[in-house]
Unconditional design. Sequence first.
Length: 261
Amino acid sequence: MKNFHTHTSRCMHANGKDEEYVLAAIEAGYEVLGFSDHTPWKYDSDFVANMRMPLSQFDDYYQSISSLKEKYKDKIEIKIGLECEYYPKYMDWLKSLAKEYKLDYLIFGNHYYESDEYHMYNGACTRDDKMLDKYVESTMEGLDTGIYCYLAHPDLFMRARHWDEKCEEASHRICAYCKEHDVLMEYNLAGLRSSISRGVMEYPHDEFWKIAAQYGNRVIIGVDAHSPKHLRDTSLYELSYNKLKDWKMEIVEDIDFLHYD
């Protein structure tokens, strides 16, 4: 097993020490563990986010994971990345950060439209049809940059909605785009954990993934770990793997890493 979607306590909504995640992954039998905590942004404004590390913590994040990568190199392969939004005015800065630190990869998690300085979480505001359209459009625009290894939780909008014709339309647009551009989509286990605990199917949503199966989209399972226990317990990973296989989907474990001149 390989997992590239792992957070740390720096994002303010995860728990556990960095090393505890590594030890849990080793215990569970993972071959590769990628850390991809929520990216800090160098905002133009004085905005302070409450769901991502501040920029002042980024160097500690990088140094900590780098140290663990060396310490456990004989037991597990560790990669260093970030889960990032698509904020048009900050993309040059993000590319510079990735190049400066030679990050292994970036995941696209489309949590906010344009910037969290200005707009609500896409898992809430997409109950509005116009914001759902913006979610789809910004997803495609972000993927057009070519810097992301895969699209995390593509059906995040289902956290705000009940399945209807508008959701079906949005799903077709996203899946068709990802098929045409060979974009890997993530089946997200954090959303699955939340859906099970709340007793409501949000994301990953069966109807979305049935459409993805029709298009023949490639899929990667992302643990989206916010606690070491999410890596230690592999039951949801196995359940999801079997479900995707039943839908005859192509499950991928490897990603394309960033390359630098």
